[in-house]
Design a protein around this ligand. Structure first.
Ligand code: F6R
Length: 588
């Protein structure tokens, strides 16, 4: 939710900021703004919409500036509400990522003190608050610090001064990292935004301020204002391609990349998994946790742990942990699922579990992210950057890793690895123009429907939920996933002649039951599309997926990722940037 990107260097600030913001657009793309300093004055440009191919040739030459890409929380998508926001005397601008939870109270007080507001944002409250503090302190850093201490919520702010080369950034909850280049610094929401420039990084922790002044950076404790030490870390494998590699969209590129990413996700030896396996075995309950797609990964992982490894595992939605809070204990293990490692709901739930003494493992795609840094046992799926807003390759990668862990606990490490490698091998030839054409044809028929239903049982149940989410978020068509057993308890009332119903089917103990569920909807006129490893005469159409033993369920999500993609194209939507969404949800 929103990306911030500050830059100080030798020259070309606008171009560097545009480059950084493009790499941050997955965090929100409803509007953007860039401020650069030229001869002691700040020039701000703001626009509604995604950045696109912006030409900065005409922009003032500058060596210092700050940019922002927005996912609106408070106030509509307008240029006025876009960040950065000016102070009244135009001596500084401020950009924010987060939500000021007490903004209404703060705003009332500031209005009583005759401050005027021009936007509808909570961000402007911070700007006026800093101005208010500047009445009693002359130092901008101190004013920012005092204002920051008045804020409630998870916020990261970046402030740029017009007077001297001066950037101040503060973190609480929302991510903030500093890239240290050769004679240049980047103050950003993630490492990916400057990964093509430097791999040297300072991670700013919650409650810390970083200041650039007099040619160097310093870090301060926000509570006390005292200077504190910091370390520059050298990150490996940070600079990765973020181009479409000839594909029309990142989404299709990332779907196809699964042929390799499922394999990368299981590059853990038995020895590397041992600390986790040992903790799982000692734990009284293992809670798997995540949000959105990651919550379905958590659900599937808990299923694998119960079914394959006989472990008492419970899936939790990160945003619904409240009733479990008092139950977390030092005997429990939390396994957190997240692509970004920054999802506020998940980070907060994990922080709470840590405060109750529980152990935490995490499985994340983004190096250096908050979740990995607060976990006792961080694991990476190494899928490479997922730029499309919806998650595809990170989903199958985390499922592959989870399968490996469960099988390893059950003494079947080799079997799991063999199945995943087999999946990877089969996917090399699975993605073909023929398959894409077939699914595009199916999408042409599907787009005329009001609803689509997806049925699965056992190993395929969470795949139905994820598949339905993909269709909803990318094509805006209403789709729901159900356990095969559930439909007849109510939802079957929605089935009428021609209603599309997908049926996930594998060579498992659920096969007969899912065929019965399929027969029940077929009897009511449903158009049945089978997906999986077992064809059946009931199906009007059948999409075969790789038959790879225990890993077969992972392959079943792929046709739905493709259906979502082609449906979006058929309906004229941009699959990479679905409406209303942002990839990294760092607000609650
Ligand atoms: C859906 C999607 C979201 C995320 C969710 C959690 O395609 O991408 O549902 O899965 O917002 O994000 P992470 O995995 O970054 O914690």
């Amino acid at each position: 939710m929103c990306g911030v990107f500050g830059y100080v260097g030798k020259s070309g600030a606008a171009g560097k900021i545009v480059n950084g913001l493009k790499r941050l657009e997955y965090r929100g793309y409803d509007s953007w703004g860039i401020a650069v300093v030229k001869e002691g004055e700040i020039e701000v440009t703001k626009k509604v919409g995604a950045i696109g191919d912006l030409d900065v040739g005409e922009w003032p030459e500058s060596h210092i500036g700050v940019g922002h890409t927005r996912w609106a929380t408070h106030g509509g998508v307008t240029e006025v509400n876009a960040h950065p926001h000016f102070s009244t005397d135009k001596s500084f601008v401020l950009a924010q990522n987060g939500i000021v939870e007490n903004y209404q109270d703060l705003k009332k007080n500031l209005i009583n003190e005759d401050f005027e507001f021009i936007s509808e944002t909570d961000t402007e409250v911070i700007v006026r608050l800093v101005e208010d503090k500047l009445k009693s302190v002359s130092d901008l850093r101190e004013a920012v610090r005092l204002a920051f201490l008045d804020l409630e919520g998870r916020n990261t702010i970046v402030v740029l001064s017009s007077k001297i080369d001066h950037v101040i950034a503060v973190r609480n909850g929302s991510p903030l990292v500093v890239g240290v280049g050769s004679g240049e610094y980047f103050f950003a929401s993630d490492t990916l935004s400057f990964a093509d420039k430097t791999s040297r990084v300072v991670f700013i922790n919650d409650g810390e301020i970083v200041e650039y002044k007099d040619g160097e950076i310093s870090v301060f404790d926000a509570e006390s204002g005292k200077k504190i030490d910091f370390t520059i870390e050298e990150l490996e494998n940070l600079d990765v391609d973020v181009d479409k590699s000839g594909y029309d969209h990142f989404m299709l590129k990332e779907i196809v990349e699964q042929k390799d990413t499922v394999r990368s996700a299981v590059q853990y030896s038995m020895k590397e998994l041992e600390p986790l396996i040992g903790t799982v075995k000692k734990s009284s309950t293992v809670y798997t946790i995540g949000a959105g797609t990651a919550s379905y990964e958590a659900g599937q992982a808990a299923y694998f742990l119960r079914k394959i490894a006989g472990v008492k595992a419970v899936e939790l939605k990160s945003y619904e942990v409240d009733s479990y809070r008092d139950l977390f204990s030092p005997n429990d293990l939390i396994i957190a699922y997240s692509q970004s490692g920054e999802t506020a709901d998940t980070v907060e739930a994990v922080e709470f579990a840590i405060s109750r003494g529980a152990k935490v493992a995490s499985i994340v795609n983004m190096l250096g992210s908050t979740l990995t840094r607060i976990s006792d046992m961080p694991f990476f799926v190494r899928s490479g950057p997922e730029i499309c807003v919806c998650s595809t390759k990170a989903f199958s990668a985390k499922l592959s890793w989870s399968l490996l862990v469960s099988c390893a606990i059950a003494g079947k490490y080799d079997e799991a690895k063999k199945s995943i490698y087999c999946l990877s091998d089969m996917l090399q030839s699975y993605f073909s123009d023929k398959l894409f054409e077939r699914i595009r044809d199916l999408s042409r028929k599907l787009k005329k429907s009001d609803h689509a239903f997806i049925l699965g049982r056992g190993q395929n149940y969470y795949i139905t939920l994820e598949s339905a989410l993909k269709i909803k978020e990318i094509s805006y068509l209403h789709a729901e996933g159900f356990a095969g057993g559930e439909l007849k308890h109510g939802v079957i009332a929605l089935i009428e002649k021609g209603t599309p119903v997908f049926v996930l089917i594998g060579k498992d103990e659920e096969k007969e039951n899912i065929i019965s569920a399929a027969a029940e909807v077929k009897a009511r006129g449903a158009w049945l599309i089978g997906v999986g490893q077992v064809e059946n005469e009931l199906f009007d159409e059948f999409i075969a997926t790789p038959d790879v033993g225990v890993a077969s369920c992972i392959s079943n999500v792929i046709p739905f990722q493709l259906v979502s993609y082609f449906l979006a194209l058929e309906l004229g939507y941009d699959p990479d940037k679905p409406r209303n969404l942002a990839k990294s949800v760092t607000v609650k």
